[in-house]
Write a protein that binds this ligand. Structure first.
Ligand SMILES: Cc1ncc(COP(=O)(O)O)c(C=O)c1O
Length: 369
């Protein structure tokens, strides 16, 4: 066997996306031990960069060694006690996954469903909380990657708090590309991923827990997970003396650190603006090709556009041809949107005009064929 050398791909699906050369270089530096003083310094810098990115002062802002789904499970297992009701706002595939996790960890999911491809209706959440006065937690996905819809997270969170609930928010597809203000919006447990708006490789899940959540977790009944128990994780991520928790992947952390520096140097406001402007440009060019977005204007995730597949077109064949002829990957529809949409990602390092022009050229070529 020979060394594995992948062909370069233009990753324009729902994630992962391409990474900056500086991130790739950082990933290849010499590994460090997980308690090396240099490594602890790096962890502290990652914490402070995450505080900036999530717009929070919480000391419990750190990264879990695993994908976004690990962040989802960690937030839920820490906040949800067995037998407690969790209202899950479901308008797509990933919110469904939240409900599945709630069930697996012994919570009682109360599923409120809304139309796939639209922002979740806050009134539905309010009505459900009125019907379930015992609910302790509300969970939702900020940017539902399966549909392309962005929720009004500020409003959902404020309703949840009015009913005395804590809030779990999925920011896997929004962090770094659109506003996520953890403290201002009073989010209690928030997770994301490394491979989308942060423009790093997959396998790390940034998380934040509010002070209120930390207080609850310290005093609650036993947590049904060793790896995800916040009380144990904090022994590694904070304080003068750090205790071994697990062997953290040092090289992945170097990559994330570099990616977060790149984002901070650009500035969050500038990064959000860039994603918005490029999304508008891409949609305009897709419209010129006769393609229509699924999600109405004002409710769209700027970095992940779902486009309706025109009648008579074999959607899988288009994706296969884009990959074969242009080395470009886009995503298929998930769940009830399978076969009906393409999911086009324009995120992080890839959100620029060169990518838009490349993609429109490639798509024109394939559709013509
Ligand atoms: C909104 C959302 N939540 C959770 C996940 C799961 O993340 P991962 O695949 O990194 O486990 C994804 C993945 O794309 C996602 O889009």
């Amino acid at each position: 066997m020979n060394s594995f050398k992948p062909k370069n791909r233009i990753l324009m699906g729902p994630g992962p996306s391409n990474v900056h050369p500086r991130v790739l270089e950082a990933l290849s530096r010499a590994p460090l031990g997980h308690l090396d003083p240099q490594f602890i310094e790096l962890m502290d810098e990652i914490k402070s960069l995450l505080q900036y990115t999530f717009r929070t002062k919480s000391n419990a802002a750190f990264v879990l060694s695993g994908p976004g789904s690990l962040g989802m499970e960690a937030c839920l297992v820490n906040l949800v006690e067995p037998g407690s009701e969790v209202v899950v706002c479901i308008g797509g595939y990933f919110a469904n996954r939240m409900a599945q996790i709630v069930e697996k960890i012994g919570g009682v999911p109360v599923m409120v469903k809304d139309t796939w491809g639209r922002a979740f209706d806050p009134q539905k959440l309010e009505d459900t909380l009125n019907e379930h006065p015992g609910a302790k937690t509300v969970a939702f996905v900020h940017a539902e990657t399966s549909t392309g819809a962005l929720q009004n997270i500020k409003e959902l969170s404020s309703i949840a708090h009015r009913y005395g609930c804590m809030v779990v928010a999925d920011t896997v597809t929004s962090l770094g590309t659109t506003e996520v203000s953890v403290d201002e919006w009073e989010l209690d447990a928030v997770y994301s991923c490394s491979q989308k708006g942060l423009a790093c490789v997959a396998g790390m899940a940034p998380v934040v827990f509010s002070d209120r959540a930390q207080e609850f977790i310290k005093n609650r009944n036993k947590i049904g997970s060793w790896f995800n128990d916040l009380n144990l994780l904090m022994g590694y991520w904070s304080g003068e003396k750090r205790a071994y928790h697990h062997t953290a992947p040092s090289n992945q952390f170097y990559g994330l650190h570099e990616a977060l520096i790149l984002l901070k140097d650009e500035g969050l406001d500038n990064a959000w603006r860039r994603h918005k402007e490029n999304s508008v440009k891409l949609i305009k060019k897709l419209n010129e090709l006769g393609l229509k977005p699924l999600v109405p204007d004002g409710e769209r995730i700027p970095n992940l556009i779902t486009v309706l597949v025109p009648e008579g077109i074999d959607e899988a064949k288009v994706r296969a041809e884009l990959l074969a002829r242009h080395s470009c990957e886009i995503g298929a529809g998930l769940g009830e949107l399978a076969g009906k949409v393409w999911r086009i990602g324009l995120m992080g390092y890839n959100s620029n005009e060169k990518m838009i022009d490349f993609f429109i050229g490639a798509l024109k070529d394939v559709l013509k064929k």
